[in-house]
Every structure is written in structure tokens, then in C-alpha cells.
Write a protein that binds this ligand. Structure first.
Ligand code: NI
Length: 287
């Protein structure tokens, strides 16, 4: 595994611009920094992100342990913030006191959202009723804490929308920071509905895939003030790294693709998505 990582790193160094040539500020709003794929070189991954203008990374948990790790990384690394919660895949294994433990973790000042939470009817790794109840209790927790949410929705668009509507808008309802549909895969109509409810729409590697007709269509149409970028690393590496380990530095390919789809510049997308991320997650930042 370590050998593999070294091979990929050598390639990465070749394709990325040299240090200092990439001065734009980008926020990777969704990175699983705790993943074991990053164990051999996590510090180098974070440093490479920084050198490529990715100055803020949101480390996203999917269960209690990974949420604790996300908070640990946020404490350790400048520019890293934590998103904590129980993923639908892990809903079935959530301990009875999961909500209390997330509430306690959320008192850390670099926790910026509850996530990733939601429904996944593609893999169905947890029974659907368990997914729904864990999702709902975390939406309620987010509202109690005044935090936005990061939502995972895979082939569960109907139920996600019904729950969001039934629960009222979650998260920072008081502050208008509702949350994010991460790695958005729904229709333009669903995107519009979410935007109307106050949500932001985030795009990752799949929007760069050649055959991704629908994500490209939605990414071209989302209003500028609701657009976000992410990697979801180590998964879903964008073209031209499709199939490799993904990492925060690669978010630039998503920015490039959005610029292309929307007929604007890289700098424009970088700046707009950074301002949006800072706004929705309440990240303290002054350029
Ligand atoms: Ni994720």
C-alpha cells in the first residue's frame, strides 16, 4: 500500500504546478482526511493542498470515531475544520449515545457542521428505517446546536426532500446557514427546491467525468451564491486522476470544470465558492 501511494505521489508532483504559482484560495468542503489511505502521508497531503491554494479543508466524519479524528485534525492543522456526524452507511452501528457524543464533540470551536448525514438507498448498508431515524435525530441536533448540515443523498432524493421539508429547515436556521447537499447527484428541479429552502449545492469529481451529463447541467445552472466545491477524497478523484486516490489538491480540477461549464474564469469560481463556503460554514477568515 505504501509503495502504491509513493507511485501516485510521484505522478501528482508532475501534474501539479510548482509551489507559489497557484495563489488562488480554494476551500475543499468535503475531505475524509481520517481515511487509512492517507495514513502514510497525511501531512504531505495537507501541505500539498496548501501549496495549491487549498487553504481550508473540511475534514468530514462518518461515525463517532472518524468524527473524533476530524476534530483531532482540526485541532492539529491550521486551515482544517471538522464536520461531525453519522453517515447512513454507519447508521446501523451507531451507539445508543451517538447524539450525546456528537453534541459533546461539537463544543470544539473548529466544528463547523453536522455531517455527513442523510440517506443512501444505492448501497442500503443500513436498513432504511434506521437510516431515516438517525438522519432525523441529527437534523434535530444540528438545529439545537445552530450548525449547518452536510447531506449525503444517493438514490434517495424523494425521502431526503420529504424529511427536510417535514423537519423544517435544519442547522443554523437562526443564522440562515442551512447546509449543503454534498456531491450533488439530483436533478436540476431538486437543486432548485433545495436552494429555495436555503441550501448550497456542492460538486466534486463526478462533475468532471465525461459522461456526467446531469451533474454538468445542474452545475451550469446553480446560482453563483450557492455553489461549492469539494473532493470527497480519497474517493471520486476527478478527471484526469479518475480511479486514483483523490486528495484535496485535486479540487482544482473541479473548479476548472465549473469555470468551463459556466463560461467564466478559474479565479472567479475559486473566489465565489470560497466566499460561499466561508458564509455557510461560518468560518472565521480574513484574506
Ligand atoms: Ni463523503
Amino acid at each position: 500500500m505504501i509503495e502504491d501511494a509513493e507511485v501516485r505521489l510521484a505522478e501528482d508532483v508532475r501534474v501539479l504546478p510548482a509551489e507559489g504559482t497557484w495563489t488562488h484560495f480554494i476551500v475543499d468542503t468535503h475531505a475524509h482526511l481520517d481515511h487509512e489511505d492517507f495514513d502514510p502521508d497525511r501531512e504531505a497531503v495537507i501541505e500539498r493542498a496548501r501549496q495549491n491554494g487549498v487553504r481550508i479543508i473540511l475534514a468530514v466524519g462518518y461515525d463517532i470515531q472518524s468524527s473524533e479524528r476530524a476534530v483531532e485534525f482540526a485541532g492539529r492543522y491550521e486551515g482544517v475544520y471538522a464536520v461531525i456526524g453519522i453517515h447512513p452507511h454507519d447508521a446501523k452501528d451507531a451507539p445508543d449515545d451517538a447524539i450525546d457524543r456528537i453534541r459533546t464533540l461539537a463544543s470544539h470551536q473548529k466544528v463547523v457542521a453536522v455531517g455527513e448525514i442523510g440517506l443512501d438507498y444505492h448501497y442500503d448498508l443500513s436498513p432504511r428505517d434506521v437510516q431515516r431515524s438517525v438522519f432525523i435525530s441529527q437534523l434535530r441536533l444540528a438545529r439545537e446546536l445552530g450548525l449547518p448540515v452536510v447531506i449525503h443523498d444517493r438514490e434517495a432524493h424523494g425521502d431526503v426532500m420529504e424529511i427536510l421539508k417535514g423537519e423544517g429547515v435544519p442547522g443554523g436556521g437562526l443564522s440562515g446557514r442551512y447546509g449543503v447537499l454534498h456531491c450533488f447527484s439530483g436533478s436540476l428541479e431538486m437543486a432548485r427546491e433545495c436552494i429555495k429552502m436555503g441550501f448550497y449545492i456542492s460538486f466534486g469529481g463526478p462533475v468532471t467525468f465525461k459522461n456526467a451529463r446531469r451533474p454538468k447541467e445542474v452545475a451550469a445552472a446553480v446560482p453563483q451564491d450557492r455553489l461549492l466545491v469539494e473532493t470527497d477524497c480519497p474517493y471520486l478523484a476527478p478527471t484526469p486522476h479518475r480511479g486514483e486516490r483523490n486528495e484535496p489538491a485535486f479540487v482544482r480540477y473541479v473548479v476548472e470544470e465549473l469555470a468551463h461549464l459556466r463560461g467564466t474564469s478559474f479565479e472567479d469560481i475559486a473566489s465565489v465558492t470560497t466566499q460561499n463556503a466561508i458564509r455557510v460554514f461560518g468560518i472565521p477568515f480574513s484574506p
